[in-house]
Write a protein that binds this ligand. Structure first.
Ligand code: C5P
Length: 316
């Protein structure tokens, strides 16, 4: 019996932590201007695309049951957008091997969008220029361009306009994964509510978001202690307001020897910067023992952006 082999491409995509997330005023389009310093970390989803008769999607791995398998999945939308640009049918099966926490503030959904885009581009032999892929990523979501690029970058605008940053060494992280996710729009709405109630007005000016020179220098020199002193997330009060239990997680990681702790992006994952892989393992163990999180993961940074890690030609 002969079996027809389908062409297939596999892409690996990293998670991210925001080492600085400075949030400005809400814009007329509903988004907020940001100075968003992204750092890619070594927790990965793998997206495999295979020639198929129709666009289908499956997911396996950690929390796979929380991943939508319809056209709202950014991976499916990426395939559709790329196909539409080239006037082709997105007849592809997308499989996501999920390891990035779902709805956790680590850009797991964005990673899958960037991964599917790169994989489909290779599968269909399109060879799209990087600038075109980045345009499609920005259309998919504010964090998606960074998932493609990886490393470290400053995102301005709504976070989609990237300037790559130099990183002079490895940083060691622990991520405490909370029970359940947090909705990013809900966290931004809470940010707006807290900002308005602090100023006593909904129309008070909000400071323009700017990247911290000290933080960029700490990244450039690979200095974990200096980076720890400059970590900042303007969304953290909003995430803590919606999930007050996260304060106990932050305190447990700090007590266990982390250099610094913060909410990752819009949360509810919390991130702990440590001085070595050994300390990271100790902090992870202490976080688990504290009972303040569901699981704890260690990961180094920076990590490469979306990368093709395997390809099979049809009939091969
Ligand atoms: O771009 P993305 O689809 O990931 O954004 C999800 C939601 O997060 C937006 O609809 C908006 O509510 C909020 N957001 C924002 N400002 C940004 C990025 C996201 O208000 N810069």
């Amino acid at each position: 019996m002969s079996v027809t082999r389908r062409a297939q491409v596999r892409v690996r995509v990293p998670a991210k932590v925001n080492v600085q997330l400075a949030v400005g005023a809400a814009r007329p389009d509903g988004f907020h201007d940001l100075a968003n310093v992204f750092l890619a970390v070594g927790l990965y989803d793998e997206v495999t695309v295979t020639d198929a008769d129709a666009l289908t999607i499956t997911c396996a791995g950690r929390d796979a049951d929380q991943v939508p398998l319809d056209r709202t999945n950014l991976a499916a939308r990426a395939a559709e957008l790329l196909a539409a640009r080239h006037g082709i049918d997105p007849r592809v099966h997308i499989h996501i091997a999920k390891d990035i926490p779902v709805a956790g503030g680590m850009a797991g959904g964005s990673a899958d969008g960037a991964g599917a885009l790169l994989a489909c581009d290779a599968l269909w032999g399109l060879g799209s220029p990087r600038s075109e892929l980045l345009d499609i990523c920005a259309e998919l979501g504010s964090d998606v361009p960074f998932s493609l690029v990886g490393g470290a970058a400053l995102g301005t605008g709504r976070g989609e306009r990237l300037t790559e940053l130099e990183v002079g060494g490895e940083f060691h992280w622990v991520f405490a994964v909370a029970d359940g996710g947090l909705s990013t729009p809900a966290v931004y709405r809470e940010f707006d509510r807290l900002t308005a109630s602090a100023s006593g007005s909904t129309s008070a000016p909000v400071a323009e978001p700017v990247a911290s020179p000290a933080l960029l220098e700490a990244l450039r020199t690979g200095d974990a202690t200096a980076l720890a002193a400059t970590l900042a997330n303007d969304l953290q009060p909003a995430a803590l307001s919606l999930r007050p239990g996260l304060s106990a997680t932050l305190a447990a990681g700090t007590a266990a020897g982390a250099l610094a702790a913060l909410v990752s992006g819009s949360g509810p994952t919390t991130a702990f910067l440590t001085k070595s892989p050994e300390t990271a393992a100790e902090v992870a163990e202490a976080l688990l023992a504290s009972g303040t999180c569901r699981t704890a993961r260690v990961a180094p940074s920076p990590a490469a952006g979306a990368t093709v890690v395997g390809a099979t030609a049809a009939g091969a």
